[in-house]
Design a protein around this ligand. Structure first.
Ligand SMILES: NC(=O)c1ccc[n+]([C@@H]2O[C@H](COP(=O)([O-])OP(=O)(O)OC[C@H]3O[C@@H](n4cnc5c(N)ncnc54)[C@H](OP(=O)(O)O)[C@@H]3O)[C@@H](O)[C@H]2O)c1
Length: 277
């Protein structure tokens, strides 16, 4: 019997899971398994009967989702419901990842699992509806809300910042977006501990502490000895299609308390990642 089935194989989080599992897992890329297609999902799950499904597939284009809402819904809501439905049929546990963008950013202290979501963007809505779909279909699930994820690959802030720094002498970075930079290594580590302890339910899973995009950028450039003029600016000047919460840091106290461990800070996790570049 297969232990783990991983969707969205080519993404940054799936890449980290697959590195850890070596042989215990089957990974499926978007083209091999489209989670938005129920027939494909059922055929795959009923054929392989994994004990644990780890859903790393997501439509993560926050700004594009404003004009391509159906694409976001198809993967982040319908796709997630398909997996939950399939998981119930074969008696598997579903592990899924959601986002801090389910919150509206009106709080000034880190969000807990008790706080009510109120997404500002269509991406955030599509992800929140994904969470609700799982809760409607299944009892046997783990949902982790994660934020500002970085690991191998291009779809993350560290990669983007270093690309901008190559081309420009002066950088403008938002000071009014605050959250928890979180490494794929931490997410995988904590997910595996939670599975070992047979936890189920919804948890906030982030590196400890929080920072603005500006503070994170300055930390990254300084750590790498890259000298650039970095100006803190309001995110309003970028005029992006999707509204983002200005404060969406989440508290990891519930999961770290249950697992009796302390989760590395965002600075430690960032340095660990930079060492591997
Ligand atoms: N990245 C962040 O900052 C961030 C923040 C908060 C939450 N999260 C959540 O964390 C999880 C992992 O994110 P990540 O950063 O690893 O994402 P990622 O690097 O963007 O990877 C997502 C993967 O999903 C695939 N995919 C998209 N639609 C699919 C579909 N319908 N069926 C199957 N595969 C599909 C993509 O393939 P194609 O590229 O070929 O479409 C891509 O390989 C996601 O749930 C994400 O929403 C991420």
């Amino acid at each position: 019997m297969l232990r783990y089935l991983i969707t969205g194989k080519d993404g940054q989080l799936a890449t980290e899971f697959l590195k850890r599992f070596e042989g215990e897992a089957a990974g499926f890329s978007h083209k091999d398994l489209d989670i938005g297609n129920l027939d494909q999902v059922l055929e795959c799950l009923q054929g392989l009967k994994p004990q644990i499904i780890i859903n790393c597939a997501a439509y993560n284009y926050v700004d594009l989702a404003e004009s391509r809402y159906y694409d976001a819904i198809r993967t982040n809501t319908i796709g997630v419901r398909n997996l939950a439905y399939g998981a119930k049929k074969i008696g598997a546990l579903l592990v899924h990842f959601s986002t801090d963008y389910v919150f509206d950013g009106t709080k000034r202290i880190p969000y807990t699992e008790e706080d009510e979501p109120n997404p500002l963007s269509l991406y955030g809505k599509s992800k929140y509806m994904g969470e609700l779909s799982i809760k409607e279909e299944l009892l046997n699930y783990l949902i982790f809300r994660v934020s500002w994820v970085f690991g191998e690959g291009r779809q993350n802030f560290i990669y983007k910042l270093l690309t901008w720094a190559k081309d420009k002498e002066r950088l403008q970075i938002a000071f009014d977006e605050v959250s928890c930079p979180t490494s794929t290594t931490t997410i995988v580590e904590i997910t595996l501990r939670a599975l070992k302890e047979r936890l189920t339910g919804l948890y906030h899973l982030t590196n400890s502490g929080y920072a603005s995009r500006y503070e994170w950028a300055v930390f990254i450039l300084k750590s790498l000895g890259i000298k650039k003029e970095v100006t803190p600016v309001s995110s309003a000047i970028f005029n992006l299609p999707a509204k983002r919460p200005d404060f969406s840091a989440m508290s990891n106290k519930r999961i770290s308390g249950l697992l009796e461990l302390s989760i590395p800070t965002w600075q430690e996790a960032t340095l660990e990642r930079l060492k591997r570049l």
